[in-house]
Design a protein around this ligand. Structure first.
Ligand code: C2E
Ligand code: CA
Ligand code: CA
Length: 417
């Protein structure tokens, strides 16, 4: 094995080995575990306590494994992968064992420590996409587990009904679908409480595949990224948005803002600025109220070129939003280094906010900080009147969700305004 395929501290394999192991193997299951900040013990028990905890933890887990692959993929995160499990959810048993083991204190030089963790499990039985997607699903499930409390296990059971073969077919069909309009766009209105009106909309891609029917963007966007088709897709988005601005102007909506999703990969491409500048000129997009949304969990920890790129986008006159805020690892103070305008608070905080005190407190503290940093806030995924009633006490915010507006075709949205 190459050195970068082995983790220096634990001797475990790393992400690339995991992907290779999972590639083309159906069925497979992935358990994603993240332990909660072992470094918090360093002050009390010594500077290398986190490392010792990690090693102890790895040893304990290894003793529970048969033929599964065990890899370290982040500072405090690990993946256990199993090929050919006999039934769906087989790794759930292992997850239970791990959580039981965590309930036992660790003994460090006579000091007793309790470690906690969150576990997410994804299984190809519920639809296999690609190795990377499976790992990502498990990671999302882990984040959900984390929000539910400590030592939780969440099983990702989304069945989208797309097999591995289907995924390959989609991959081949993407270029044509962008050309011929099978991939099109819908708009979801964003409602501002203070102005009591829709002040903008987010553009979302849809794919009506002739054989496979409706393919959700969560499936085809990662495929487009993988196959190099994501830039052509963004180009098409910009051309479509220019048409939308024309329609809006005809109806007298001059400062209605439109947000589009920008994948990190496209943003960082060498040719991104030239490409966008060209389209701006060609399609009369200069000076239009356009926002680019970037998903929080794709934002890197330390990358000067990223900040520089954001500055360049701002210089073109556009706004920037951090999407799905609260699902990644960034802190608001870290975000302060970026020239951003909007925070889109992830829908997991909004969901059931009228009953979930913890979500309410988290939401409120995000708003307080956003206010202090002069960031505008959009709350996502608002579905019920009860949640709406709670959110309305935050007067300055904008909301986006099925309660106010489902994603609609351009014409349908224009009628709603
Ligand atoms: P996102 O940017 O977080 O978009 C919001 C998603 O939440 C949309 O799903 C929307 O339909 C859904 N949503 C809106 N209101 C509600 C609600 O009240 N409840 C619930 N449960 N869901 C709600 P959609 O359209 O399936 O898009 C999924 C993701 O795909 C988007 O998440 C975005 O990350 C990505 N995506 C969509 N279109 C594009 C695109 O053109 N380019 C890129 N790069 N990514 C895109
Ligand atoms: Ca978005
Ligand atoms: Ca979002």
């Amino acid at each position: 094995m190459e050195t970068d395929e082995v983790d220096a501290l634990t001797g475990l394999a790393t992400y690339n080995v995991l992907i290779e192991y999972l590639e083309d193997s159906v069925p497979a299951e992935v358990l994603y575990i993240e332990i909660d900040e072992p470094a918090r013990f360093n002050d009390a028990f010594g500077y290398d306590t986190d490392k010792r905890i990690l090693l102890y933890f790895c040893e304990n887990i290894s003793s529970l494994l048969d033929d599964e692959l065990f890899v370290r993929i982040g500072t405090y995160s690990f993946v256990i992968a199993k090929k050919n499990p006999s039934k769906p959810g087989e790794l759930k048993l292992l997850a239970d064992k791990i959580i039981n083991q965590l309930r036992e204190p660790m003994n460090f030089d006579g000091n007793l420590l309790y470690m906690t963790a969150a576990i997410g499990i994804a299984s190809s039985f519920y639809g296999f996409y690609s190795a990377a997607t499976l790992v990502r699903q498990a990671e999302h499930a882990m984040k959900k587990a984390k929000r539910e409390g400590t030592n939780r296990i969440v099983l990702c059971q989304e069945n989208r009904g797309f097999s591995f073969e289907h995924e390959l077919k989609l991959l081949r069909d993407i270029p044509r679908a962008i050309e011929n309009g099978e991939i099109y766009f819908v708009y979801q209105g964003q409602y501002n409480y203070a102005q009591k009106a829709f002040t903008g909309a987010e553009m979302l891609a849809r794919w009506e595949h002739p054989v496979l029917g409706n393919v959700p963007p969560d499936i085809f966007i990662p495929l487009a990224e993988k196959s190099g088709m994501i830039t052509p897709l963004m180009n098409k988005t910009l051309i479509e948005v220019s048409k939308m601005y024309k329609k809006l102007e005809e109806k007298g909506f001059d400062d209605f803002s439109i947000a589009l999703n920008l994948s990190f990969q496209v943003l960082m491409e060498e040719s991104f600025l030239d490409n966008v500048t060209f389209l701006l000129d060609a399609y009369g997009l200069k000076g239009k109220p356009l926002t680019f949304e970037i998903m929080e969990d794709t934002i890197p920890d330390h990358l000067e070129s990223f900040t520089a790129r954001l500055d360049e986008v701002k210089a073109l006159g556009f706004s920037l939003a951090v999407d799905d805020y609260g699902t990644g690892h960034t802190s608001l103070t870290y975000l302060l280094h970026f020239p951003i305008d909007y925070l889109k608070i992830d829908r997991s905080f909004v969901h059931n906010i009228h009953q979930n005190r913890r979500n309410f407190l988290l939401f409120k503290s995000i708003i307080d900080m956003a206010d202090a940093l002069e960031l505008k806030v959009i709350a996502e995924g608002i579905e019920t009147r009860e949640d709406d009633a709670i959110l309305q006490q935050f007067e300055g915010i904008t909301v986006q969700g099925y309660l106010y507006c489902k994603p609609l075709r351009a014409e349908a949205l224009l009628k709603r305004l």
